[in-house]
Ligand binder design. Structure first.
Ligand code: SF4
Ligand code: SF4
Length: 217
């Protein structure tokens, strides 16, 4: 970054690094249809997230909702790489409006404050309301920071079992409710086995079951 920078040069780097977390102030964008839920992903409490201020990974203290990413680089869904611009610029979320990469003061004011969660968006009459609660109860995010420290979780077999049961749980709901992958990622976040892969597990399938190994064990 140029230390003399005082305005956005529209380089696109911030958007190419992933979608923003949404705030309560962004709720209308979703309820008004500017951003459909199928373009969102739920990051559950405990999942590892990138802190743009410290530039490090840390466990999310609370659930958050982000705009989903695309491609290998996980660029924001609304980033147009050809134009290096935002295709919803006039309706971009609060965090995008606050981000000035040359001066993080404004974004630091809102980071981890008034974050949107599924509880703000999923109404009690939603057919998946109960399923979301059941999923949280039975398949919480494991302590990923401890797994990184230990290299292998003490309850590795229990986690493998939970990852398999969660796949069955999701598959049934996807089939019953005709969910797209985007819908699924909003309602239930990333699958447990993806979270385990993100902290070093090796996952393969054998005879219809996921087998989870820990190479560093
Ligand atoms: S705010 Fe984003 S698009 Fe603008 S100069 Fe900084 S990194 Fe590039
Ligand atoms: S919503 Fe728009 S401004 Fe915000 S990160 Fe995505 S592409 Fe960039």
């Amino acid at each position: 970054m140029d230390e003399n920078q005082t305005e956005c040069s529209r380089c696109g780097s911030c958007c190419a690094n992933g979608g923003p977390a949404l705030h309560i102030q962004d709720k209308e964008l979703i309820e008004g249809g500017a951003i459909p839920i199928s373009h969102l992903i739920t990051i559950r409490k405990g999942e590892l997230v990138h802190n743009p201020v410290t530039n490090s990974l840390q466990a999310a203290k609370n659930e958050l909702i982000k705009i989903n990413g695309v491609g290998k680089e996980w660029s924001c869904f609304y980033f147009d790489p050809d134009q290096k611009g935002c295709i919803i610029y006039d309706r971009r979320p609060l965090a995008c409006q606050a981000l000035e990469c040359w001066d993080t003061e404004a974004v630091e004011q809102i980071i981890e404050k008034d974050l949107l969660s599924r509880a703000d968006l999923i109404k009690e009459d939603d057919p998946l309301y109960q399923a979301v609660a059941e999923h949280e109860l039975n398949f919480p995010c494991p302590d990923l920071e401890s797994i990184i420290k230990l290299g292998c979780p003490s309850q590795s077999r229990e986690l493998e079992d939970a990852a398999n049961r969660e796949v069955v749980f999701r598959t049934e709901l996807v089939s019953t409710h005709g969910l797209s992958l985007g819908d699924e990622l909003f309602y239930f976040g990333r699958p447990l086995f993806h979270l385990l892969i993100s902290v070093g597990a090796r996952v393969r399938e054998s005879t219809g079951r996921l087998l989870v190994d820990w190479p560093s064990r």
